[in-house]
Design a protein around this ligand. Structure first.
Ligand code: ARG
Length: 593
């Protein structure tokens, strides 16, 4: 962990500190959390909303305050002196409006340029988190649902990491379970020499999976042998382990190709990893009286749920839920994570609800009313739809091959780029490598941004035309906006690295001030996106920022004006913040487009 910088934390966090100090003087008899928000009215930049709530708590208790407005006045008066605040005013029932000092805002921006944007990282209340995301199933296809999980999970991981939280990125692959009996048995029978011919025997795993499933469904004797095979695999018999390993390896290589294209880092700890811990975990739950018999299975009854959570199946086997309980136990006790986050489609919400509840019943998680951490969250997301409004699939196959999807995004963005460059006669300025790198950044970035920009719970419609359009709220538009700022700076022929040390920022024009205030909100936006696990909050910020920049640039002449130095530094600060947003969204920014 890096040491906290002076004045660390978001603006909101810094104002909150001042408000806490004021509240201690104003109402020493009560303890309340500071309520600081961005101001919705014109009268301030931020506001403190504590007065009204305080009034309802202390009125009639012999307080000398006459009304909430008087409390607001006192809160404002008792704010410790600080160079952050220019002035305050109290409105209506006690809202304390706070106007920030222009020179403080300017200094904060310049400080970021000099010391790096990392000094704008928010302070989060946890040190270590587990992010369980992507998590496809071995030998089955990695579908668009897994793509969403990969994109959303990676962004959350990046935002936490930026905020100095240690993130354990976990790929909870489905690599254990009855389907392996079927796959292994099929491999043995169909390719007795599988060890020599290796991956060629299995070839395309999805086809292999289908063939073995057909056999399994249509041949009762094979089914029996497949079930035996599971037992032998789980008993650790060597030949079965080897075949299992081979199958996992082929899948893993396919998954890794997608991760590589998306530049996503993950550590695989699949279901099989937690399998040895299940018996002891279930024993603990049993000793706590949570496990009951029901119709031959072992279950946990959970308040508010019609059906119980099955933890041992009728045939004595473990399942998804028992594995998740063991994994949670491991993450809490061995990995000592304070926040454990699972990214899957909303369809699995009930599963997570139930097993989080079971963990609470076991006393693994505190009552949220008493203590906040450790805690668990399910980050659910909606479906990916095709243009026909149905579940997304490509013309030829029922499933969408993710690699092909990403390739298409790249090649479409490349041909659009080429067309535009040819029209402008600018194609000569580009090397082949630049073209490749740019179309990758734009194409993959477009897929990611289209996924992230809406609230994750809503379904989203996959459309190359839309996501690759250079108009509206798209990654392409934002890449252009960023590249344009870079080009403004380049064309000024000034060295911003030098200017940021020697020059100063001033925010006298109203559009400069609006842009400056929005820039310094960056930290609290990241904080909010992390706290509520909502990447779209950051997308919205990035889009608004580019709009505010446009307004500033339209109304304030930069190059050749008396304010040139200050304004170039504002351009640079905007570019730096935009780049950091891209980075956090897993999108590679481009400097020229
Ligand atoms: N393999 C599961 C699926 O494809 C997702 C696993 C999510 N993680 C978890 N710990 N349950 O649906």
């Amino acid at each position: 962990q890096e040491p906290a910088a002076v004045g660390a934390g978001s603006v909101k966090q810094q104002l909150s500190k001042l408000v806490i100090a004021s509240l201690r003087t104003t109402v020493p008899e009560v303890e309340v959390d500071p309520m600081v928000e961005v101001c919705t009215a014109k009268f301030g930049d931020y506001q403190c909303n504590n007065a009204m709530g305080l009034w309802s708590r202390i009125k009639g208790s012999g307080t000398s305050f006459k009304n909430p407005n008087a409390i607001g006045q006192a809160i404002a008066k008792n704010l410790p002196p600080s160079d952050i605040i220019e002035s305050t005013s109290v409105a209506g029932p006690g809202f304390v409006n706070i106007v920030l000092s222009n020179s403080w805002v300017a200094k904060r921006i310049q400080g970021m340029l000099v010391n790096g944007i990392k000094t704008w990282a928010p302070i989060l209340p946890v040190k270590r988190a587990v992010l369980d995301f992507s998590s496809p199933n071995i030998a089955k296809e990695m579908h668009v649902g897994h793509l969403r999980s990969t994109i959303i999970g990676d962004t959350l991981a990046r935002m936490f990491e930026f905020s100095n939280v240690e993130v354990l990125r976990r790929n909870h692959v489905g690599d254990w379970g009855t389907q392996f009996g079927m796959l292994i048995q099929y491999l043995f029978e169909k390719f007795p020499n599988w060890e020599e011919i290796g991956s060629q025997a299995i070839g395309d795993l999805q086809t292999f999976y289908k063939a073995s499933k057909n056999r399994f469904d249509g041949d009762a004797e094979f089914k029996d042998r497949a079930q035996q095979a599971v037992v032998r695999l789980q008993g650790g018999e060597e030949r079965y382990r080897a075949a299992w390993n081979k199958i996992c390896e082929i899948s893993r290589n396919e998954f890794d190709m997608v991760y590589k294209l998306l530049n996503v880092k993950l550590e695989e700890k699949g279901e099989s990893f937690y399998n040895p811990f299940i018996p002891q975990v279930l024993e603990e739950l049993n000793n706590k009286g949570l496990i009951k018999e029901s119709e031959g299975a072992k279950v946990i009854f959970i308040e508010g749920h019609q059906i119980p959570l099955i933890v041992v199946k009728r045939d004595g086997g473990f399942n998804y839920a028992s594995t998740d309980l063991a994994a949670l136990w491991y993450r809490l006790n061995v990995e000592k994570a304070e926040w454990i986050i699972y990214v899957t489609d909303v369809g699995q919400q009930q599963h997570f609800d139930m097993f989080f509840n079971a963990a609470r019943m076991a006393g693994w998680l505190p009552d949220p009313k008493e203590k906040k951490y450790p805690k668990t969250n399910h980050v659910g997301f909606g479906l990916v739809l095709g243009s026909d409004g149905k579940r997304f699939r490509t013309r030829s196959t029922e499933v969408v091959r993710l690699i092909e999807l990403l390739d298409e995004a790249k090649s479409r963005s490349k041909s659009e780029l080429l067309q535009r460059l040819t029209e402008n006669g600018k194609i000569v300025d580009w090397t082949e490598e630049e073209l490749e790198k740019t179309s990758e950044a734009v194409g993959y970035g477009a897929v990611k941004y289209a996924d992230l920009k809406n609230n994750r719970l809503t379904n989203y419609t996959f459309s190359f035309e839309q996501m690759l359009s250079d108009k509206g709220n798209t990654a392409v538009y934002l890449q252009y906006a960023h590249a344009r700022i870079c080009s403004i700076i380049r064309k000024s022929n000034k060295d911003v690295e030098e200017l940021k040390m020697s020059g100063a920022i001033s925010l006298d024009h109203p559009d400069e001030r609006v842009l400056g205030l929005y820039l310094i909100r960056f930290a609290e936006v990241v904080e909010e996106a992390c706290t509520n696990l909502l990447p779209n909050v950051l997308c919205e910020y990035l889009y608004n920022l580019s709009e505010m920049f446009t307004r500033f640039y339209t109304n304030c002449q930069v190059v050749g004006s008396p304010e040139e130095t200050s304004r170039l530094l504002l351009c640079q600060a905007t570019a730096v913040v935009m780049r950091q947003c891209f980075e956090l969204l897993g999108i590679t920014p481009v400097y020229k487009l």
